[in-house]
Design a protein. Structure first.
Length: 237
């Protein structure tokens, strides 16, 4: 198939603008859900950049229940890219094409997430603020665009999910001693447990002696995995 001559290269002519940033309980990449919508208990907010704090731009948005977020993998920007990647859920050894995955290591570091819109707040100094649940982004991630989710065209119940079909129901049992659970704010307990049930460890790490640290909502959660059960061994504020 021949390339069309004379067509403008829009990607080279238009500089992408960061319109907002999302604020979540994840200051680091480790522990972030591998997909959006997996953990509905996770709360987040989107604060627009000063240039885009115009309530008119969001007029009618509250009539939608879910949104698409288009964002930048700001912690994975590279000058080079690879046509093959190793998805963690395949054990970190099997290679597949980058365009057959949602890997952050892409020619253009752009991510796509579906989130639930809880409500729009009109903040006195920050302008319109979006309150969301189910996001899979690190705190401070740049948002490039926001679009409404349209259930009659965006949802395909017959769609195939390739290798993700084998792992979509995956979870690991979690045990948190009562004395440690009491250190976690009540409104973050359910979300933390769901995050840990997803098993944040890289698939190729299975040492039962290793203690992992997860930064979440201002806490450092220490855990080990033994006999296929995740044990929380420390909660540090």
């Amino acid at each position: 198939m021949q390339e069309r001559k004379g067509v403008r290269n829009v990607a080279e002519e238009i500089a992408m603008k960061v319109i907002a940033r999302i604020h979540t309980d994840f200051p680091e990449k480790f522990g972030i859900p591998r997909q959006s919508g997996l953990i509905e208990e996770l709360k987040s907010t989107i604060v627009f950049e000063p240039e885009f704090r115009d309530a008119n731009a969001l007029r009618g948005l509250e009539e939608y229940s879910h949104l698409w977020l288009i964002w930048e993998f700001s912690e994975a920007v590279r000058d080079t890219w690879s046509p093959m990647v190793r998805p963690p859920r395949l054990g970190g050894n099997k290679r597949v094409g980058v365009f057959a995955t949602r890997s952050p290591f892409r020619p253009n570091p752009i991510g796509l997430s579906s989130v639930k819109l809880e409500y729009v707040e009109q903040h006195p100094s920050l302008g319109p603020v979006l309150h969301l649940t189910g996001a899979d982004l690190m705190d401070g991630t740049p948002i490039l665009d926001i679009k409404p989710y349209l259930p009659h065209v965006d949802s395909h119940v017959e769609a195939l999910g390739s290798f993700t079909e084998k792992t979509k129901e995956y979870f690991i049992p979690v045990e948190i001693p009562d004395e440690l659970l009491e250190k976690v704010p009540a409104d973050h307990r359910a979300a933390l447990k769901k995050v840990l049930e997803q098993d944040p460890r890289p698939s190729y790490q299975n040492s039962e002696e290793r203690v992992y640290g997860l930064s979440f909502a201002g806490m450092e959660i220490k855990f080990q995995v033994k006999d296929e059960v995740l044990h929380v061994v420390g909660v540090e504020m």
